[in-house]
Design a protein around this ligand. Structure first.
Ligand SMILES: Nc1ncnc2c1ncn2[C@@H]1O[C@H](COP(=O)(O)OP(=O)(O)OP(=O)(O)O)[C@@H](O)[C@H]1O
Length: 351
């Protein structure tokens, strides 16, 4: 081993390794020995006049809220994959620098495990990989999101039993059957939480003649959205403001949770079809394990009220929603870093 390798390994053991859940909606960074240190929206503020990146995450969102005419909000990831390479790299690099509390001036660059959707093409994988290296990784490793989510949720991924994961994020719904430490069958649907927001906005426009933005639609979904009637039997309502479709004048209306439920039917039905198709591709032994063990529902979209019960009814398989749905992927990536055998099984690595 050369002096540089030895030195790099030594400094690499000083807590600089990082796990990153590079999501369409949120980016989470966790560090070995520290846990989650960053949980921020995947948003970058760009100065319109110069096209310079001025801020990322919460800071970017605040800037845009206060002076929207001077900055544009970029979402560098669309449907789980990189849509704008330069802006993604700038965002990653800002998060990595923010997370790396440099305890020692000689500390090495971090090794980074970063997740990608199952359906990512080799070009999309390469883009994430390069972005991590350019943003400051010493070594970069890629892992598929549902595998990371399953590890984060403590599913028995290495055992000879079948576990099924449905990870509903902002941009993608990832479905995977895992056994003996690998993904046996998987598929990725480019429809998830963001599509729910869009269908809510469209439905309210048609029903009540009000135009709302995606941010308002997301608040509605989280506050009064549900795919089945609420378990306490009480429906909810909420006052929202937007613009009149015809006059574009300010408009305020009270919306009912039943209206939101109607809007959520189409995207949720599409998810059911997708999960059923993946289940059909599973071999009978693993399928019977899944029927016995149930399906893990994770990702922020999995928190939609009633979605676990709805999927259970439609699939005729028990579905349980993880209590740590928003953090399983990053926690799983961190476990990969801490388990050398798991690190070897990642999809792509730089050395
Ligand atoms: N309580 C909730 N009810 C319904 N949806 C929710 C809730 N909390 C978060 N979400 C939704 O979860 C989505 C974000 O989830 P998550 O952070 O897992 O996605 P991501 O990792 O950024 O996206 P992707 O994996 O697709 O790249 C958003 O659409 C958000 O509106």
């Amino acid at each position: 081993m050369s002096f540089m390798d030895w030195f790099s390994n030594l400094t690499g053991q000083m807590g600089t390794d990082m796990a990153i859940d590079l999501g369409t909606a949120n980016t989470l960074v966790a560090m070995t020995g520290e846990g989650i240190v960053i949980n921020e929206p995947s948003v970058v503020a760009i100065e319109k006049s110069t096209h310079r990146v001025l801020a990322v995450g919460h800071e970017a969102k605040n800037m845009i809220n206060h002076t929207p005419e001077a900055f544009s909000a970029e979402h560098p990831l669309k449907d789980g994959v990189i849509a704008d390479y330069d802006v993604t790299e700038a965002m990653l690099s800002a998060f990595i620098n923010k997370a790396a509390v440099r305890k020692y001036p000689w500390q090495a660059k971090p090794r980074i495990v970063i997740c990608i959707p199952c359906g990512a093409t080799s070009v999309e994988k390469r883009a994430v990989f390069e972005a991590a290296i350019q943003a400051g990784a010493r070594q970069a490793y890629l892992i598929e999101e549902p595998m990371a989510a399953a590890m984060g949720a403590d599913l028995p991924v290495t055992e000879p039993t079948g576990s099924m994961v449905v990870d509903i994020g902002g941009g993608t719904t990832e479905v995977a059957v895992i056994s003996l430490g690998g993904i046996v069958t998987s598929s990725s649907l480019r429809l998830a939480g963001n599509r729910m927001d869009e269908t809510i906005a469209m439905h309210l426009r048609d029903l009540l003649g009000i135009k709302i933005g995606e941010r308002t639609a997301e608040v509605i979904k989280i506050k009064i959205g549900s795919i089945l009637p609420f378990e306490d039997g009480r429906e909810r309502d909420m006052i929202i403001s937007g613009q009149d479709v015809l006059t574009e004048q300010p408009k305020e209306v009270t919306i009912q949770s039943e209206d939101v439920r109607q809007a959520l039917q189409a995207p949720c039905e599409e998810m059911v079809v997708h999960i059923k198709e993946t289940f059909k591709k599973t071999n009978p032994d693993l399928a019977s394990d899944i029927i016995q063990n149930g399906i893990l529902l994770t990702g922020g979209g999995g928190l939609l009220s009633g979605l676990d019960r709805y999927l259970s009814d439609k699939l005729e398989i028990p579905v349980w929603v993880s209590e740590t749905a928003l953090t399983n992927v990053v926690t799983g990536c961190l476990k990969v870093l801490e388990t050398p055998t798991a690190l070897k099984q990642t999809l792509m690595r730089s050395k």
